[in-house]
Design a protein around this ligand. Structure first.
Ligand SMILES: [Zn+2]
Length: 240
């Protein structure tokens, strides 16, 4: 039969294995989230591109409308100008001239608006280029990272399997009741630490789990190694 010290050493080993498993589990939970973040960013960029395309289309439609309007006005001006030769009175002539003038002003302001649109179109084209570049770059990074993350997950799962086997073997060599106690204490601890070594300083002996001083008689029990001792403050199993 194993001595208490031997049992405790095995328990400490088990805990070390459990910590490794815990780290792997944490990573296995975090890595898919990293993947999802990358995918989300990709969707976001594509949505931005969609919005952008809508804006560009809208601008083009507006510009085309203005160009059509301008053409119609120019036709109107031409037609009015040809009528100038046929008018009989000065009054009619003046009226036509004034009408032509108004139309010319309208045409000129439409031309200005079309110019502004063309400038905006240039700017949008530049933005579109840079957005496309961002999408491509992100896609490249995403594909590469996806591969890395998937690789990592695969390796971790293989490692997890090996460590789990190691754990099973280690646990099978420990007293059942002690394992039960270990499991109970572990479950109640946020850090998952159920067994810890005591340490001594000038003021006395400290629990390695909660860092509270343990009374002398408890320390003696730990040192004697004839029974399993738990910290009175945190309940962790104490080893020397
Ligand atoms: Zn403690």
């Amino acid at each position: 039969m194993a001595t208490v010290q031997e049992e405790l050493e095995k328990l400490l080993k088990l805990q070390e294995i459990d910590s490794k498993l815990q780290d792997i589990n944490t990573l296995l939970q975090e890595l898919p989230a990293q993947l999802r973040n990358l995918e989300r960013e990709d969707v976001f960029l594509r949505q931005e591109m969609e919005e952008f395309k809508k804006a560009t289309t809208h601008l083009k439609v507006e510009r085309r409308q203005k160009e059509t309007e301008l053409k119609a006005i120019e036709e109107q001006i031409k037609s009015l100008q040809s009528k100038l030769f046929d008018v009989k009175t000065n009054k009619e002539y003046q009226a036509l001239q004034s009408e032509i003038q108004t139309l010319k002003m309208k045409a000129s302001s439409l031309e200005d608006e079309i110019l502004v649109h063309m400038e905006q179109d240039e700017q949008l084209k530049e933005k579109e280029k840079s957005l496309l570049l961002r999408i491509e770059q992100h896609k490249k990074i995403m594909v590469q990272k996806q591969r890395e993350i998937e690789d990592k997950i695969e390796k971790l799962k293989a490692e997890q399997l090996l460590i789990q086997q190691e754990r099973d073997e280690c646990a099978s060599n420990i007293n059942r009741l002690l394992i039960d106690l270990y499991t109970r204490v572990k479950k109640s601890k946020k850090d998952g630490i159920a067994v810890c070594r005591i340490s001594e300083d000038s003021n006395g002996c400290v629990c390695g789990g909660c860092y509270v001083y343990i009374p002398g008689y408890l320390r003696e029990k730990v040192k004697k190694k004839t029974e399993i001792v738990q910290c009175e403050n945190c309940g962790r199993i104490l080893a020397e």
